[in-house]
Design a protein around this ligand. Structure first.
Ligand code: MN
Length: 268
């Protein structure tokens, strides 16, 4: 396995854990990252609560959301959300689907989610709203069929986030760091908007402000700084990868791999 793939699997585990630690994910929801060496594949955990995901739980899927190598592990039902968005959006390299409490009032009422503070510009100018019922009638609301995933990806269009009626939200990013930034600050924006609307009329950012502030929030200075901060908070919570008792972590696994490589190199 290449070092890039090892790192990306660890990033999938870290992103899941950060978003759980920051209140975006709970027992449900999932993060994926596009395969670093093959744009026709993505990396996603087996079915597990996000806060428990280890790098070893992360499997490769093709864009039909089928496993590349068979496993007996139980898989997430809503994989097509990831596969169909990667297929429709070559610019997207990371996806999270969640049911964060901050978003639910907007998912339930259809109230427009709009950037109300500078970091909220990560939402983008428009947050589309998808209702599974429009095309598919009565379902259990899980996005399971490929056509359901395609319909969601169509409604997402070129935007950053799509709200899902009575269900949750799906967020995309050009990198895993940008994704985590966007997922966390969009929830914060939802909380602020909800609270501010209780106080009085809100004045969202103008289209020009959204464009300018949105660019700022995808700069590495912002995404790296926040990633480091949220990783530190994860460490403090005792839930960083490789810290759970009896479970080998990505970092340890990686050390072992590189040592083996070195030994082999010397022999030659
Ligand atoms: Mn869901």
């Amino acid at each position: 396995m290449s070092d890039r793939l090892i790192d990306t699997r660890a990033d999938v585990a870290r992103a899941n854990r950060i978003l759980a630690n920051e209140g975006v994910l709970d027992a449900f929801g999932h993060v994926s990252v596009r395969h670093p060496g093959d744009p026709g594949r993505y990396l996603l955990s087996r079915s597990r609560a996000p806060e428990l995901v280890e790098p070893e739980d992360v499997f490769e899927f093709d864009l039909n959301s089928e496993l590349v190598k068979p496993t007996n592990s139980r898989l997430y039902a809503e994989r097509v959300i990831h596969g169909e968005i990667y297929r429709a959006r070559p610019d997207v390299n990371a996806v999270v689907h969640h049911h964060a409490p901050a978003m639910m009032p907007f998912c339930i009422t259809g109230t427009s989610l709009v950037p109300v503070f500078h970091l909220g510009a990560a939402l983008g100018a428009k947050v589309p709203f998808w209702d599974q019922k429009d095309e598919f009638g009565d379902t259990n609301l899980l996005v399971v069929k490929p056509e359901e995933g395609r319909s969601l990806a169509r409604t997402l269009g070129p935007h950053n986030i799509v709200l899902m009626n009575r269900h949750g939200a799906t967020v995309v990013g050009a990198s895993v760091q940008e994704l985590v930034f966007r997922a966390i600050y969009s929830c914060r924006n939802a909380e602020f908007q909800f609270q501010a609307q209780a106080l009085g009329a809100i004045k969202p950012l103008s289209p020009g402000e959204i464009e300018r502030a949105g660019k700022l929030s995808s700069l590495p200075t912002a995404t790296h700084r926040t990633w480091e901060y949220w990783l530190m908070r994860l460490e403090k919570s005792g839930r960083a990868i490789g810290r759970a008792p009896g479970i080998a972590g990505g970092r340890r696994a990686r050390l072992v791999t590189s040592k083996k490589k070195k030994v082999r190199g010397r022999k030659r």
